[in-house]
Design a protein around this ligand. Structure first.
Ligand code: NAD
Ligand code: G6P
Ligand code: MN
Length: 441
């Protein structure tokens, strides 16, 4: 069996150890020749890089392993780049959340003005990464988690249309785990139909391999409990704030009881509720710094101190499962069915052909082939059209350096109450993003 060379970009990410452990778990299905971590912050990456060095020496000494800040070294011979960079890191994420909140608007990593601000930063980092890949490893595929995936995907479509970049999200996979628990199945038994945009979509079918439709049963459950389930289903999306999000899906379903909603719709359907339940002095970033980041980095430091990974465990969630399954689908032409972000091109019949949508796809050696979703109802279509236009305006604003277009993007976002508020939020965001955003005129 061929052995693969993988580079993880954003080597210092809290998700890196989970993905590496997942790769080790899959050594028989997706064997590695070489694994390299790449980051532009050596100090941060080194902690995880060293801990994983010790882990790999003990558990998989045959894999050539290193970590670096040099893109040429990182991408050499790579077959796959798993990317999850966060341009501006948690320091800027915190601002994305707190500045809108100061104006009474949703402050969120990927939705509303915070997501727009993050998008304006991410495009630069992502395009740089794609260009590194194409210079140093022209045959490489990039499987990209870096957020905001919707805006990043649109930027890739416009700026690097021929590049082998697949933008992905773990929320549909994470929520499918919850659904599978609700009906007493495992996720691998199930196949879904899904349409929408990233962090903005709906399941229209959840069937087992024999074709039995579970949608009505899951709808009944979610109408009462949201996606809250009894047992721990994952290592991700477990904090208290996530539990509230899973529960809130009940109120999302009430708005259109036909389809199962993505949890992220809460920021668009109930922005007032979200703002009233936010604490501007302690947002999700603070929770992540005190939670996931602390846990991952202290596990790494413990491994380094002891000089062995024995007894220390990095956790593996559905996030890692998905990206490794996707790499396998491409490497071995498995034709697995997966929810992916792709250019519409008629997959949703009554929607813009040139919109980046999130739909069920069959994935093989040539990448994802979207499954036709037919005509979608007008309520979802109108919501999607508004949101996708926000995303397109952000990318245009970035390319043209247009203040006007970015103001329009914020004004159009369903999370923002008026053009006046949009302008006030935008002006504050411009101030703190100096050096990260292109200059706007
Ligand atoms: P993190 O801050 O822990 O890690 C990000 C790393 O990227 C840091 O080490 C940072 O130094 C590095 N980085 C920043 N800019 C870079 C650049 N230009 N080149 C190389 N490296 C760079 O963040 P995290 O919480 O672990 O999340 C990582 C990313 O994954 C975020 O974008 C997050 O939104 C995304 N994510 C996406 C999904 C999804 O569903 N698409 C799921 C989980 C996480
Ligand atoms: C989900 C989403 C990701 C997002 C993450 C945020 O997995 O699909 O796009 O980055 O949640 O999680 P966090 O724990 O950092 O708030
Ligand atoms: Mn996501």
């Amino acid at each position: 069996m061929k052995k693969f060379t993988v580079v993880i970009a954003g080597g210092g990410s809290t998700y890196t150890p989970g993905i590496v452990m997942m790769l080790l778990d899959n050594a028989d299905r997706f064997p590695l020749k070489k694994l390299t971590l790449y980051d532009n912050d050596m100090e941060r990456q080194k902690v995880l890089g060293e801990a994983l060095n010790i882990t790999l020496k003990e558990q998989a000494p045959e894999i050539e392993y290193s970590y670096t800040t040099d893109p040429a070294t990182a991408f050499a011979d790579a077959d796959f780049c798993f990317a999850h960079i966060r341009v501006g890191k948690y320091e800027m994420r915190e601002k994305d959340e707190k500045i809108p909140l100061k104006h009474g608007v949703v402050g969120q990593e990927t939705c509303g003005p915070g997501g727009i601000a993050y998008g304006m930063r991410s495009i630069t980092g992502m395009i740089e990464l794609i260009d590194f890949m194409e210079s140093y490893a022209p045959n490489c595929w990039m499987l990209n988690y870096s957020n905001p995936a919707a805006i990043v995907a649109e930027a890739c479509r416009v700026l690097r249309p021929k590049s082998k970049v697949l933008n992905i999200c773990d929320m549909p996979v994470g929520t499918l785990r919850r659904m599978s628990q609700i009906i007493g199945k495992t996720p691998k038994d199930l196949e879904v139909r899904y349409f929408g945009l990233n962090h903005f979509g709906w399941w229209t079918s959840v069937k087992d391999k024999n074709g039995y439709e579970y949608l009505p049963q899951i709808l009944d459950y979610v109408a009462k409990n949201g996606y809250l389930t009894q047992i721990e289903v994952d290592t991700q999306h477990m904090d208290q704030s996530w539990q509230e999000t899973h529960k809130k899906a009940k109120d999302l379903l009430a708005v259109d009881p036909r389809f199962l909603p993505n949890t992220y719709l809460k920021y668009y359907f109930y922005p007032d509720y979200v703002v009233n339940h936010s604490d501007i002095s302690y947002t999700r970033t603070n929770e992540v710094i005190d939670g996931r980041e602390k846990e991952v980095f202290s596990t790494a430091r413990r491994i380094i101190e002891k000089g062995t990974a024995d007894g220390s465990e990095f956790s593996i969630g559905s996030h890692a499962t998905f990206i490794v399954d996707l790499a396998r689908a491409i490497a071995f032409n498995t034709h697995e069915r997966m929810v992916m972000i792709v250019e519409n091109n008629g997959a949703i019949a009554n929607f813009d052909h040139h919109a980046m949508v999130e739909v069920s796809c069959i994935v093989g050696t040539d990448g994802p082939e979207p499954l036709t979703q037919g005509i979608i109802p007008e309520f979802e279509r109108a919501l999607m059209y508004q949101q996708v236009t926000v995303e397109k305006l952000v990318v245009q604003a970035y390319i043209e350096g247009s203040y006007q277009k970015l103001w329009q993007a914020l004004t159009l976002s369903k999370t923002v109450p008026s053009a006046k508020v949009a302008k006030a939020v935008l002006d504050d965001l411009i101030e703190v993003n100096k050096g990260y955003w292109p200059e706007l005129k």
